[in-house]
Design a protein around this ligand. Structure first.
Ligand code: LLP
Length: 381
């Protein structure tokens, strides 16, 4: 079994579990993103902070010059603290509280992506009271499906996100009428972990329909934000560590008619591959028909398998023993606290280091304190 290359010597004296981040891979990934859009100077990439808000990770991404896509006041504050320029911050979310809107206004963020007419009215009022006009884009529900897990598709009419594309002209008319708003553009996002590029082609087709219609009505857009969603290869983290940004950006280069600046919000594809949850085997236990490798990591550090049956590659970093099958589980008192069933690992013994790969996105950021467990620490190298 080919395994990742990890500095086990550095892990020896650390308390597990913890997140290990390979910052060289993170830098390479960001460089690849920049390379793929170098021929489109007006395009902008806003990293989706929800994927990983570790302050050190955020600082690396901010220093590389990317913007930030936030979905809460807490994320806006984290982005500002990490050094993202306020005007490069976009703020989405179906339920922004007044104090969160106020925070965005005070900081002078680049864009509020609004998701309902009710929200537009509140932002307009708050902006007027502050003597400002809030820059807004309307999040459109494109009613475009994505071939991904049902819990992470967002662009269908049945989902709570955005304003349905069929009533877009009325929503824009309201945004243009409200005195506290400065209407700028449109925002879309169809889902996450998307590997079938034809889903993004469908998104482009829907965007083209919208922009054509709006053009006929004389409505000009300053820019279009197409959201995030590019998937990564969870199965082969060792041989394809950087996501396929070339194919992804090519879709938009080839299929979007609008010549206005395009904004992107990748999260997972930037940070997932560079992160690994490192844990230790606490016990190996024989069940009736199987054996369990009981780790010191659990669903409180990495919730994805329990929540979405998400698959992460698991490797025993400290053993070259014969391969055996294990149900790899955590210690939390929930039957769903399982990282994988029938996982083939080199023979496990107490104290072995176990790597849960591709955990840089939606791992640390979704950690919880259930069972009074501490939040995971991190090590960047
Ligand atoms: N923009 C918006 C408006 C979003 O809702 C999201 C993700 C992104 C951008 C970033 O998408 P990405 O490039 O990371 O696919 N916790 C789930 C994923 C939830 C994604 C939510 N929205 C998971 O662990 O798979």
């Amino acid at each position: 079994m080919i395994k990742g290359n990890y500095p086990l010597g550095l892990f020896k004296d650390r308390r597990t579990p913890f997140y290990f981040y390979d910052t060289t891979l993170l830098q390479q990934t960001i460089e690849e993103v920049k390379r793929q859009i170098a021929d489109r100077p007006s395009w902008q990439v806003h990293y989706a902070v929800k994927a990983n808000a570790n302050p050190d990770i955020l600082r690396i991404i901010a220093d590389a010059g990317l913007g930030a896509d936030c979905v809460s006041g807490g994320e806006v504050s984290a982005a500002l603290a990490a050094g993202f320029r306020p005007e490069s911050i976009v703020f989405a979310g179906v339920g922004k509280r007044d104090d969160e809107i106020q925070l965005g206004l005070d900081a002078g963020i680049g864009r509020f992506n609004v998701e309902s007419t009710a929200e537009m009215m509140v932002i307009s009022e708050l902006a007027l009271a502050a003597g400002r006009r809030a820059p807004v884009s309307i999040r459109v529900n494109p009613d475009v499906g994505a071939h991904t897990h049902a819990n992470i598709t967002t662009g269908l009419a049945e989902n709570k996100f955005g304003i349905h594309h069929s009533v877009l002209p009325e929503a824009i008319a309201l945004a243009q009428r409200l005195p506290g708003l400065d209407f700028r553009g449109l925002h879309f996002h169809i889902g996450s972990q998307i590997l079938d590029m034809s889903d993004f082609v469908s998104l482009c087709n829907r965007i083209n329909e919208c922009t054509e219609k709006l053009e006929l009505m004389g409505i000009r857009l300053q820019d279009i934000n197409v959201g995030g969603g590019l998937g990564i290869d969870y199965e082969h983290p060792n041989h394809l560590p950087v996501a396929d940004f070339r194919s992804y950006f090519d879709v938009f280069k080839r299929h979007l008619d609008c010549k206005c600046p395009v904004h992107f919000e990748p999260g997972r594809s930037i940070v997932a591959p560079c992160g690994t949850l490192i844990s230790r085997v606490l016990y190996v236990k024989d069940g009736l028909h199987k054996q369990f490798a009981i780790l010191d990591a659990s669903m409180t550090e990495l919730l994805r398998p329990a929540l979405y049956h998400a698959w992460h590659r698991i490797e025993n970093l400290s053993s070259d023993g014969p391969e055996e099958k294990y149900d790899v589980v955590g210690p939390v008192c929930e039957s769903s606290d399982v990282f994988g069933k029938g996982v083939v690992l080199n023979r496990c013994s107490r104290g072995d280091f176990i790597a849960l790969r591709s955990a840089g996105a939606y791992g640390e950021s979704m950690a919880s304190r259930y069972n009074c467990r501490p939040l995971p620490e991190s090590l960047l190298l």
